[in-house]
Structure formats: C-alpha cells, structure tokens
Design a protein around this ligand. Structure first.
Ligand code: NAD
Length: 283
C-alpha cells in the first residue's frame, strides 16, 4: 500500500474482544493494522472444546491467530488474553501494550456479550444473567476507559476512544435482557467521557451496528428461533426484510467506520453515536 494511504502509521491501538474468527473485533484489528497501527489484539481466553465448529476446523487460536494474520501482512501485533470485567487484567493490558509499543493512541471497546440468558422477558431472568450482561457490556467499557484515559492525558497528544454500542442501545427491543440497558448506558458514558477528555484532544465516540453477520448474531437468531419454534434460516432471512438496505452488515463495514473515527479525518467529531445499520434508524 502507498505510505500516504496509511493514516495510522506510528499509532498504537488496543482492540478488545478481537479473538473470534467471524467477529467484528477481528475485522477492526485487521483494518487498523492495514491502516498502519500497531495493534494489541485482546480476547477472552476460550478452551478449545468451547470453540464453534468452523473455528476448530480452521485450527483457530483466538487472538494469536489474528496477530499472526497481522504479522503476515508485515504489521505489528500483540496478542493478549483478557477479561474486560477484571480491572487488574485491564491494567495489565495497558502496561503490556505500552511496554511493547511505547505508547497508546486508540482504544476500541468491542468486547460484548449478548443474551447469556437466551431470549427472556425481564421478569424471567436470573439475577446473575442480568448482572453478567451489564458487567461485560458496560463495566468492561468503564474499566478499559478508566485505565487508558490517564495514559492518553499524560502523553499529551490526543487520542481516540471508540465504543461499540448497538442499535439495541438506541431503540428498546423486547427480550434483550441486560444487553439493551448496557448498550444505552455505553452511549451515555461516551458523551460524558467525550466532555471530560475534550480538553485533552481525546475524542470519544460510539458506533451502533445493526445486524452484523457474526457468530454472536447467529446465536441471537438461534435463540429467537427456539423461542418462536421457527428454523434458524427463517429468522436470519426474515430479519433482512426489516433492513432498508436488505442485508446484514459485513464486520469489515463496521471496521471501516472505526478506522474513520480513529483517523485524522474525524478529529472534530466527538460524543457521537453513529448508526451503521443499513438504514433502520434515522436519528
Ligand atoms: P462476538 O461474540 O464475535 O464478539 C464479542 C467478543 O467479545 C468475543 O470475542 C468475546 O469473546 C468477547 N468477550 C465476551 N466477554 C468478554 C469479556 N468478559 N472479556 C473480554 N472479551 C469478552 O460478537 P460480534 O458480533 O463480533 O460483536 C462485537 C461487538 O459488536 C459487541 O460489543 C456486540 O455487542 C456489538 N454488536 C454486534 C452486533 C451484531 O449484529 N453482530 C450488532 C450490534 C452490536
């Protein structure tokens, strides 16, 4: 690639939840690396038996596989196992990234967890299901932002925080458990932190993907199908009727918006929540 087409040369990024083969996090990590950033590729450690069939068949090794892909393309990557709900692990991620790459410029809070409870009404949920969904989707973002903000301030060269919320964080939908309230709260956190970090030229924005073709979304379709006694394919195809552009997003399309928000082109955008949903929500 022509050097002047690499807007993130010399920058260092952290992407959470980036270890799944079909995930948005992997697409973000690959895209930021293509744009020139060194990337800490972080993922929740998973036992080999818990991997989906397509990952097992491919010999997938989570964050290490993504880091290998980046290295094969002459990029720089650091694979790290990380649970975003554990503040000590989050602090260690920040320290290891600085030790390896010398600085941090971009944090992408992508890790998320949908419907551990299955599709249930609120009053049918177990408390621990509710708290787990809030913990990963909201407290995980809190821990990572809290740990990176002092680094960005100390460096004194601005920075970018990009939080992956959801269409479910802009529009109430039934049977989304703790996921919807947490994703709404991520937008509130984004606005608050954007104001707090604006004097330091750190922008903070959220992206709200609509239905995106990943394992997580397939899981949601499967649980919806079980609840409605409909086959998976009927649900997956049926959803497209509600999307003006008539299809799910490809993870690379979400990564493209992250790349824009990480780039110098977006320096004057902060505190925003940007829908990337094929036209479902127009506000
Ligand atoms: P995914 O399940 O592939 O990715 C989520 C990642 O978060 C996984 O790698 C998972 O291991 C990781 N994770 C879960 N708990 C974690 C923890 N405690 N610590 C660290 N990592 C953890 O799903 P995805 O579809 O790629 O979702 C990525 C992000 O996009 C999520 O925040 C999700 O809520 C959001 N999102 C997805 C869609 C969609 O349609 N796929 C729509 C809107 C928003």
């Amino acid at each position: 690639m022509c050097p002047d087409l690499r807007p993130l040369d010399g920058k260092v990024a952290i992407v959470t939840g980036a270890g799944r083969m079909r995930g948005i996090g992997r697409a973000i990590a690959l895209r930021l690396a293509q744009d020139g950033a060194a990337v800490a590729v972080t993922a929740l450690a998973r036992s080999p038996v818990s991997l989906p069939g397509h990952e097992r068949e491919a010999g997938w090794r989570g964050a290490e596989s993504v880091a290998d892909e980046i290295a094969q393309d002459a990029g720089r990557a650091l694979p790290l196992d990380l649970d975003v709900t554990q503040p000590d692990q989050v602090r260690s991620m920040i320290e290891q990234t600085r030790r390896q790459f010398g600085r941090i410029d971009i944090l992408v809070n992508n890790a998320g967890l949908a419907l551990v409870s299955g599709k249930k009404n609120l009053w049918e949920m177990e408390d621990d299901e509710w708290f787990r969904e809030i913990d990963v989707n909201l407290h995980g973002v809190y821990h990572c932002c809290k740990a990176v903000a002092p680094v960005l301030i100390e460096q004194g060269e601005g920075g970018r925080i990009i939080n992956i919320s959801s269409l479910a964080g802009r529009l109430g939908q039934s049977q989304y458990g703790g996921y919807t309230p947490a994703k709404f709260a991520v937008i509130g956190l984004t606005q608050m932190l954007a104001l707090e970090l604006a004097p330091h030229r750190v922008t903070v924005n959220a992206i709200c993907p609509g239905s995106t073709d990943t394992d997580m979304m397939d899981g949601t379709f499967r649980r919806t199908g079980e609840r409605m006694s409909l086959p998976f394919d009927a649900i997956k195809e049926g959803v497209k009727r509600f999307i003006p552009l008539g299809r799910q997003a490809d993870p690379a399309e979400i990564a493209g918006v992250v790349a824009y928000l990480a780039s110098p082109l977006s320096a004057y955008i902060t505190g925003q929540a940007i829908n990337v949903d094929g036209g479902i929500l127009m506000r």
